[in-house]
Structure formats: C-alpha cells, structure tokens
Design a protein around this ligand. Structure first.
Ligand SMILES: [Mg+2]
Length: 390
C-alpha cells in the first residue's frame, strides 16, 4: 500500500509589479456599501496557496487554493493534514468524507472546503503520477479532440480600449469572449447607459457569429438586473454571470426564467449546494471552481448531477484541475481561459507559480496524453518575486 507521509503548504505572496485597476474596472459585492473606499480591494488577491502531498515512495502530488491562502494554510496544517497522513491516496472517496465529516461543524463551505479542495486536487495529481496516467484518463478519458476555450478578460475600460482588446483577441483566433461590467446600482441610469455602450461596442467588433458572455461578479442586485435584462436581450448573450450575491439563490431562480441564460456557482460549495441550485432552476450554466468546490472528487459528482439536469458545466478559471475535468466530461463544452498578462487581479498568478499550463492556440487548448498527473510543476522562474511563507 502507498502511504501519505507528509502534507506541505506554502503561501505565495506576490511582491513583483502589479497593474493598478482603473475606475469602474468590474462591479463586485462590496459596491452596495455607502463608503466605497477601495471597493476593488476584496476582488484582488495577490496570494496563492500550494499544497504538496508526498507518499512513502517519494512521489509528490500538487494541489492549490486561491481563496484566503493564509487561513486555508492554517486549516490544512492544523486540522486536515493529520486526517490524511498515514492513509492510502487511492482511498480518495473515503479521505474526502473523512475530511468533510470531521470538520462538518465549521468546514463545509468557505475556508474548510477550499482546504479540502487543495488536498483532494493534490491526491488526484498523486494518483495520476503513481499509475503514470494523466488525471483526465482516470476521470473518463478524452471526450474531445481538444478543448475550445473562451477569452476571459475585457475588464471594463474606455470603449476604445475594450474594442482594441477584443480586436486583438480576435486576431489570436478566439471565438468566444467574456467581458466585465463596470457599472452597477450605485451608478444609476447613466451607469446603465455606460454598460450598454460597451456591450454594443464589443458586438461591433466581434459581430454576432461569436459568443459573448458578460460578468457582474455579484455587483448587481435583483432589481437592477431585472431592469438591465430587457435592454441586454438584443445582444444575444451566451450567458450573464453572477448578477447577484451567491446566497441569493431565489434571485438567481427568478432571473433565470427570462430569455438570457444566467450562470453562477463559482462561490458555491459541494454536491448539495449544486443540488439546490439545480432543483431551483437557478442557473443555466454551472461554474464551480474545482479548488473551492471540494476538489476533483466533489466536482466529478456535480458533473454527473448536472448532466442529469442537462445543465452544462463550464468551470470557473482556467487551470489544470478544471481542464482535466472538462476533457473527461462530455457535458463540459468549453473552458475559461485567462490569457497570461502582468499581475492585475491575481487570477493570473498561477502562471507565475506553476509551469505546464497549456497555452491557447486558435481558441483551443489540448492536454498531453503522456503527461502523468495534472501535468504541472512548481516553477522557480519567478521565485525571487514572491515572499513564500511555509
Ligand atoms: Mg466569474
């Protein structure tokens, strides 16, 4: 039997150059507060957590988490690591339940589930390495020749800047694009016009033969979204993302009755959280994030459930753990792709920590049939630009 002998967590604090976001960069849940301060502060995260699990034969599996890395590190070190040390990584379903049930009083959503996710992802990487197969081959194998991806950036900016960015992305062969709204309820009618002007401008560049998705990042509310939806209808959106806060499931359900598909789930956790969303017909696209939702073990169960409801799953963020699930599930039609750029939000930090992520070409990525595990390793290329806390 292979045994887990250690769990190593490291927090990576980015110290290198960052791009300051401009005004009205992206709406977010803090916009509702009267004292805005730097509302974007809750949106940026220049930290990441890596979780390396080693077995007695010296194999190391790598997992990661991007939510509140300092707290997730403490949770793993103090509570979760002792639950998996000495165990066989191939007992992954048992280990998942052990972690989930031992910490159920406080861990079932949020920090606890992010910690479980990081460990579970590392265990899957480990299993792939131990049997010398890519993780997607353990999950069902190749359901696609390659994975279509959508260009995910287009933060709200001047009309000209957004059009130029869309034009450049078109040049790289992308056929689907996601943009962010910069204006929400606090900006009134004028903000609505500003939002619509940008959607119109993007359609002008990409035309109507390509997919356009729009992201609110929980920065709108039910009333505002109900007023915006009729005005957005003519732009033929593939989906409108996270219009309201994650807890407002009834709001999602009401909005999703309209003609624009509503997407969400990147801030939902676990199989039963998604059962609720599906039962309520709250989303038309599921966007769990594997490194929050409960790792690959939970994600694969949600995939099966979503397939039964015929709701497509398009995981939040690029990254290997999401790509392997997308490759192995016919109900995952496309993947999100963050183009590599200077550090801005923090989404892009994984490019600076890991190496091995596929680079999009003509709107597709592919996974290597011959690379075992997730196919990434921790890079030392940017090491000097991080403060690493162990
Ligand atoms: Mg999102």
């Amino acid at each position: 039997m292979t045994k887990i002998i250690s769990v190593r967590t490291r927090v990576w604090n980015w110290k290198g150059k960052t791009v300051p976001p401009q005004m009205n960069f992206c709406t977010n849940a803090s916009d509702v507060l009267y004292d805005r301060g730097d509302a974007m502060d809750s949106f940026r995260f220049h930290q990441w957590l890596t979780c390396e699990i080693e077995t007695d034969d010296g194999t190391i599996g790598i997992g990661n988490a991007a939510l509140a890395p300092n707290l997730v590190k403490a949770a793993i070190d103090q509570y979760y690591a002792p639950l998996v040390i000495g165990e066989d990584p191939f007992d992954y379903a048992y280990l998942w339940e052990k972690m989930y049930r031992h910490t159920h009083a406080w861990g079932r959503k949020g920090i606890g589930m992010a910690a479980i996710s990081a460990i579970d992802i590392a265990i899957w990487d480990l299993m792939g390495k131990l049997v010398d197969k890519p993780v997607f081959k353990l999950l069902g194998g190749r359901t696609k020749e390659k994975i279509p991806v959508y260009y995910s950036k287009l933060y709200s900016d001047s009309v000209e800047a957004m059009q130029a960015e869309a034009q450049e992305a078109m040049g790289h062969g992308y056929t689907a694009f996601k943009a962010r709204f910069g204006f929400g309820p606090k900006d009134g009618m004028l903000g609505m016009r500003e939002n619509l002007k940008r959607v119109e401008a993007l359609r002008e560049v990409i035309g109507y033969d390509k997919d356009l998705m729009l992201e609110c990042y929980m920065g709108w509310n039910l009333d505002y979204t109900k007023r915006m939806l009729p005005m957005l209808e003519k732009y033929q959106l593939r989906w409108l993302e996270e219009p309201v806060i994650a807890d407002d499931m009834h709001g999602y359900a009401e909005l999703n009755q309209g003609s624009i598909p509503i997407s969400g789930g990147e801030h939902e956790f676990g199989l039963m959280g998604f059962r609720q969303l599906l039962d309520m017909k709250a989303v038309s696209v599921i966007q769990y994030d594997t490194n929050r939702v409960g790792g690959i073990t939970a994600a694969q169960k949600i995939n099966a459930l979503a397939e039964a409801y015929q709701v497509p799953v398009i995981p939040h963020a690029g990254q290997m753990h999401n790509y392997h699930l997308t490759m192995a599930n016919a109900n995952c039609p496309i993947a999100e792709y963050f183009p590599m750029h200077d550090v801005e939000i923090g989404n892009e930090l994984f490019y600076y920590i890991f190496e091995g992520d596929p680079v999009a070409k003509d709107g597709f990525i592919d996974l290597d049939d011959n690379k075992s595990g997730l196919g990434i390793k921790i890079s030392d290329q940017y090491l000097d630009q991080f403060e690493v806390v162990e």
